[in-house]
Design a protein around this ligand. Structure first.
Ligand code: MD6
Ligand code: FE
Length: 218
């Protein structure tokens, strides 16, 4: 019998960790081993709390459709951005955070140097080709000490990682199916965004990108 030592060595590699800034990391492929459990759990979440294009305080309809799971969910309407325990579309609590998603987020945070991450909110963003997220800071969480764990699924995206000022130059980071980005600490308030999604069909996820961001919001 011939052993394919190269293939075995590759399987045994820990996921690659790229450092983008002092406390910003991309863990390449980190989510892949969780997907068999995670994808059915996400389907249940989305069935109970359908993805919806929400309106910004400025009156624009977002190109990204979103929903949430966890005890708090991020929403926007003409009144502003906020975290709420209820889904405004149904007046029901958001679906619970699946255990596999909490474990994945905790392990990713730990791999990036953030111990004891205990998320209470997971924002689920769905991008179809052309959808984008303009530069913003994440400032609706109560405590900036906790990191944010961001999981990318489906079509590749170009993530813009900027600085403390909107006008600072930004790094363009490709995020692929299964990649997990973790950032916090001194990088917590960096401006960031996602460039318009390119056309394509992903073999597992179809013609879309799903991004999950887990936080300690409350
Ligand atoms: C996205 N992500 O990747 C949008 N925010 O689709 C975010 O806006 C984001 O990935 C804070 C921390 C991580 C993120
Ligand atoms: Fe953000």
């Amino acid at each position: 019998m011939t052993l394919n030592l190269f293939a075995e060595a590759e399987l045994a590699q820990p996921p690659r960790r790229e450092q983008l800034a002092t406390q910003t990391f991309v863990l390449r492929g980190f989510a892949l081993p969780w997907l068999q459990a995670l994808l059915p759990a996400l389907r249940q979440v989305v069935a109970a709390a359908p993805l919806r294009r929400m309106v910004t305080p400025g009156g624009f309809t977002m190109s990204v459709a979103l929903t949430n799971c966890g005890s708090l969910g991020w929403t926007t309407d003409r009144q502003g951005y906020r975290y709420s325990p209820l889904n405004p579309a149904t007046a029901q609590p958001w679906p619970a955070l699946p255990d596999c998603l909490r474990e994945l987020a905790q392990q990713a945070a730990a791999a990036a140097g953030f111990a004891d991450f205990n998320p209470d909110a997971c924002l689920i963003n769905r991008y179809v080709p052309g959808a984008r997220m303009s530069l913003h800071q994440d400032k609706n969480e109560r405590d900036y000490a906790a990191p944010i764990v961001s999981i990318s699924l489906g079509l590749p995206a170009l993530f813009q990682l900027g600085g403390a000022q909107r006008s600072d130059p930004s790094l363009k980071v490709p995020l692929l199916h299964g990649d997990v980005m973790v950032w916090g600490g001194v990088d917590r308030l960096r401006f960031h965004g996602v460039l318009p999604l390119k056309e394509g069909v992903h073999e597992v996820m179809g013609a879309q990108r799903i991004n999950l961001t887990l936080r300690q919001a409350g």
